[in-house]
Design a protein around this ligand. Structure first.
Ligand code: N01
Length: 498
């Protein structure tokens, strides 16, 4: 097989991989890269760009962050059609952004990376694609996203089910749901978007709830065409809207991180929403969460509770105890027939890259190195793994605002690192172990009193309660932390070839 080479290889063409590719194009002269995307290869397993927005195609899929904040600062969009855009519009936006910025020649679509190994003698990463092709790169940037690997629940008998089993992130449009009996397992962010459209078409929908979620009103709706036109004509209006959203959402980090008791006011708002939408007392009780709001992701929906109140929908509180060839057993052991099972059970958030994929010097497996509790420096660099940078790495998740703000700050940091490598002819850059240690000790200290550690179980936490997923602060805070590269936190090798 032919071996190809690029200066930089990016894993993933979702929001973060594309934002990185765009930044590399913009900074190409300063990085010594050709302006046409040469020197960069973006490997993407799916046949199209979009990442999570290309694979999450379940009915009702939308963003629960307002559109004017859930967009890249480098690629503003004035004509979002709704306050909260749905998946097709977001995917179109991502495709448009790639096109408008000329990202294309560097894309290797339908080409996943099976393994990436660091060759210390050559100072290169050696990649092997799913097709067996070899590729080398000086720098490897992981942009695989935090929520890319579906989590399949360990429910007894799940493999014995004779009908289709779908996961929200592996949707199959060929599976007909109209007039069928559908069992949905899980009541998180994906489920609450999925249940209303499913309830409209299914003969019967059984919703297996293990833990009720806190839900706030969404206040979604179309953005009037005249508003869209005004934002296109006066970009300042759009910028003001974006900043207002950012400030108001970031202000919440104060309560999440420093004063969880303040969340009580938000709980009252959510309880009012529940009372208004669910008249049945027993159902309301079953839907009332027993943990502090914010401990798990706060959900927003206007149509979820009304859907559960429909006569063809039954809430099976307590979750599913077993699955059999033709149905699902509830918490009490009663069997409920089902034609299709839908798993809305989330993702392997602490293991986005499984074992056996990325190997640093000495064949050190990155996923094993991370173990149950991944950690990195600024979520971006990992001690012992030279010339490897991560986007949306450990502790960069953000529950209260737009992840795209974090991604763009990380992209700017990685661009600074690459610029340094180019200017000083560096062969390798790796974060120092003590800098990583110091950063994480401080981070875990800040995480201790946050709402996320207030006693619930969530995908944010490891089994022993550590938090390797969330950033404990505001998006402005993350931007500040990453704005200036502290070169003394890195070790380098000089004498770069080529
Ligand atoms: O997954 P989740 P998700 N038996 O992990 C339940 C992002 N997102 O796909 O709470 C029965 O939140 C589990 O129950 P419990 C967003 O960051 C964003 O919904 O563990 N139930 C829970 O109810 C979000 O946080 C958007 O007790 C089982 C559910 O499955 C993240 O993705 C939209 C079970 C999993 O909920 C994940 O959301 C959608 C079992 N064995 C998603 N195992 C936006 O709009 C798990 N569950 C941006």
């Amino acid at each position: 097989m032919a071996e190809t080479h690029s200066e930089i290889a990016i894993l993933g063409a979702g929001f973060s991989g594309l934002a990185m590719a765009i930044a590399l194009r913009r900074a190409a002269p300063a990085l010594g890269l050709p302006a046409d995307g040469g020197g960069v290869a973006v490997f993407e397993r799916e046949p199209r760009v979009g990442g999570t927005w290309a694979v999450n195609r379940y009915p009702g899929c939308a963003c629960d962050v307002p559109s004017h904040l859930y967009s890249l600062a480098v690629a503003p969009k004035a004509d979002w059609s709704r306050a909260y855009a749905a998946q097709p519009e977001i995917l179109r936006y991502i495709e448009d952004v790639a096109r408008q910025h000329g990202v294309g020649p560097e894309l290797r679509l339908g080409c996943g990376v099976a393994s990436a190994r660091y060759d210390a003698a050559a100072g290169r990463w050696r990649l092997r694609s799913d097709h067996g092709d070899e590729h080398t790169a000086r720098v490897l940037i992981s942009a695989v996203g935090g929520l890319s690997r579906p989590k399949l629940p360990k429910i007894a008998g799940i493999d014995s089910f004779e009908g289709p089993v779908l996961h929200t992130a592996r949707w199959d449009d060929a599976v007909a749901l109209e007039g069928r009996r559908v069992a949905v397992i899980g009541t998180g962010a994906s489920a609450i978007q999925l249940v209303p459209p499913l309830a409209r078409v299914a003969r019967h929908l059984d919703l297996y709830q293990r833990t009720p979620a806190w839900i706030l009103p969404r206040h979604d709706g179309p953005i009037a065409p005249w508003v869209q036109r005004a934002m296109a004509r006066w970009p300042l209006l759009r910028r003001l809207r974006r900043e207002a959203l950012r400030w108001s959402m970031d202000a919440r980090s104060l309560a999440f991180v420093h004063m969880p008791w303040l969340m009580r006011a938000v709980e009252l708002q959510a309880l009012r929403h529940l009372r208004r939408q669910v008249p049945d007392l027993a159902l309301r009780r079953a839907l009332t969460p027993q943990y502090r709001i914010g401990c798990k992701r706060i959900l927003v929906a206007d149509d979820y509770y009304p859907a559960i109140c429909q006569p063809n929908v039954t809430l099976r509180d307590g979750g599913a105890s077993a699955i059999e060839p033709h149905g699902v057993r509830d918490h009490d052991g009663a069997l409920h027939p089902a034609d299709v099972v839908v798993l809305a059970t989330g993702f392997e958030a602490t293991k986005p890259l499984p074992e056996g994929v990325v190997f640093g010097p000495g064949e050190r497996d990155l996923a094993r190195h991370f173990g149950d509790c991944p950690r990195a420096y600024l979520g971006t660099a990992v001690a012992g793994f030279p010339n490897l940078f991560m986007l949306v790495g450990p502790n960069t998740g953000i529950g209260h605002s737009s992840l795209l703000l974090i991604i763009e700050a990380q992209v700017a940091l990685v661009t600074q690192l690459l610029r340094w490598m180019h200017d000083d002819r560096l062969r390798t850059v790796a974060v120092r172990a003590d800098a990583e240690e110091h950063y994480n000790a401080d981070l875990q200290q800040r995480l201790q009193r946050t709402v996320w550690g207030s006693g619930c179980q969530s995908w944010y936490l490891t089994a022993d309660g550590r938090n390797p997923t969330l950033w404990p602060g505001s998006t402005y805070g993350f931007e500040r932390m990453t704005a200036t590269l502290r070169r003394s936190d890195f070790t380098v090798e000089t004498g770069r070839d080529g």
